[in-house]
Design a protein around this ligand. Structure first.
Ligand code: IVH
Length: 417
């Protein structure tokens, strides 16, 4: 009786969780959901004999700290060949079309998070492993269970008994900003970017902490011996039916022109997305053709990543501060007219060192280009000379330490004073 009640509650909560987090169309109120969850928590606490690691109560995580076990991937987690050049991309398409004739490609976003491999057995999440070195990764299953868009049990019935699905764990901009606000208040060092924050969060020892962080996950690769699909497109549609969060931004492209259009569209539109992307991945759709193309030592020959140029913004350089680090190294830091860039407001950016300022001839009052790549702090990459004020003067670098007033020195081979 109790056992049936527990199982029914689990099924109900799984169902409403998917409605809410994956489909974005809840059928019950948050309050009703919480009541059911509390009921399940109480029953489980009173009946530990019916414990299940994939119970919806696992979503809230636990305070027990975990050591991560190293696990070998059933097949290696490879990287992708990548390019910033449309010409190179066209060569890639041309090579494949020459070998295979006209070919169907799938274009999708390149999510800027951290890769994860999920294994399901009989429709239940068995294991979640990070990419690691590509051959072995860390078992982070307890942490992954807290991500509400990852199904703990699958829907439908035509999934294989045993398969793997891979994707990217992301920290949306809003969660990233909230996390860094908390860190700032607590005097902790800020996290570099959403990608590092996602990777760092997955390695947290307490899943209760992970549950608070607001991670998300999107899946983009299915693997197994007996898949009920023969193209990537079909497999992703299946995955979505089974309850996985699959991007709705994927498109089938049948020509270079269609691929170019997809890239041009998303290079602009991605600014409106709530999470970071750093390019477009172009994949051959058919699994048979993929097998024909095969792999190099590092990457599949049937896919390539076209990377977007780092997002740039143009703003005025108001003044320059000099920061003295723990080792005494001096870093010039730009104070900027605040500007929106890749989901955050940028007020400060690094100018690296005296040499860099001289090289770019950066002056106070200039309109400067700010860029945020994967780096911790945005950087200034150039000056709009046409917008330079008539009365502008070359920047005078300091000669003394701003902290103690001693003349600054620069050692041979070092870049900073
Ligand atoms: S497919 C065999 N699709 O990019 C490689 N990867 O640079 C299969 N990534 O390790 C990967 N978005 O972590 C694929 N839509 C996407 C992706 C994607 C992001 C990441 C992934 C991979 C890295 C390669």
């Amino acid at each position: 009786m109790i056992r049936e009640k527990i199982e029914e509650l689990r099924r109900t909560l799984d169902y409403h969780n998917h409605k809410y987090y994956v489909e974005n169309s809840p059928e019950i109120s948050d309050r009703e959901f919480d009541v059911l969850m509390r009921e399940l928590q109480e029953l489980e606490a009173a009946h530990p004999e019916y414990a299940d690691p994939n119970s919806p109560t696992a979503r809230v995580g636990s305070d027990l700290t975990t050591e991560f076990q190293s696990v070998e991937h059933r097949f290696p987690m490879l990287s992708l060949g990548n390019t910033y050049s449309l010409d190179e991309l066209h060569e890639f398409i041309g090579r494949i079309e020459k070998e295979l004739g006209q070919t169907e490609f799938v274009c999708e976003l390149k999510f800027d998070g951290t890769a994860i491999s999920l294994t399901y057995e009989h429709g239940a999440l068995l294991r979640a492993v990070t990419r690691g070195d590509g051959t072995r990764g860390d078992d982070v299953t307890a942490n992954i269970r807290t991500i509400r868009t990852i199904p703990l049990h699958l829907q439908g019935g035509d999934y294989p008994d045993f398969f793997e699905i891979r994707g990217e764990v992301l920290l949306p901009y809003a969660s990233f900003a909230r996390l860094n606000r908390e860190r700032e208040e607590n005097g902790e060092p800020l996290l570099a970017n959403p990608r590092n924050a996602a990777a760092g969060t997955l390695k947290q020892q307490s899943s209760a902490v992970v549950a608070q962080r607001g991670l998300d996950c999107t899946l983009y690769q299915l693997a197994g011996d007996d898949l009920p699909c023969t193209t990537h497109w079909e497999c992703m549609r299946k995955a979505s039916e089974w309850g996985f969060n699959v991007s709705d931004k994927m498109r089938i492209c049948r020509s270079q022109a269609e691929i170019d259009d997809y890239i041009a569209f998303w290079d602009e539109e991605r600014r409106k997305l709530p999470f970071a992307t750093d390019g477009v991945v172009i994949k051959v759709n058919s699994y048979t053709l993929r097998r024909e193309l095969g792999f190099t030592a590092k990457a599949p020959r049937w896919a390539v990543a076209f990377k977007f140029k780092a997002e740039q913004a143009l703003t005025r350089l108001e003044s320059v501060d000099f920061q003295v680090g723990r080792t005494g190294a001096i870093t010039p830091v730009a104070n900027l007219d605040p500007v929106q860039l890749a989901g955050t407001t940028v007020k400060r950016a690094t100018l690296h060192n005296a040499e860099q300022i001289a090289l770019l001839d950066i002056r106070v009052g200039d309109m400067v280009y700010v860029e945020k790549g994967g780096e911790i702090i945005p950087k200034i990459t150039g000056v709009d000379l046409a917008a330079r004020p008539a009365d502008s003067r070359p920047f005078q670098y300091i000669t003394r330490c701003p902290e103690c007033g001693t003349p600054q020195v620069k050692y041979e081979g070092e870049r900073k004073h």
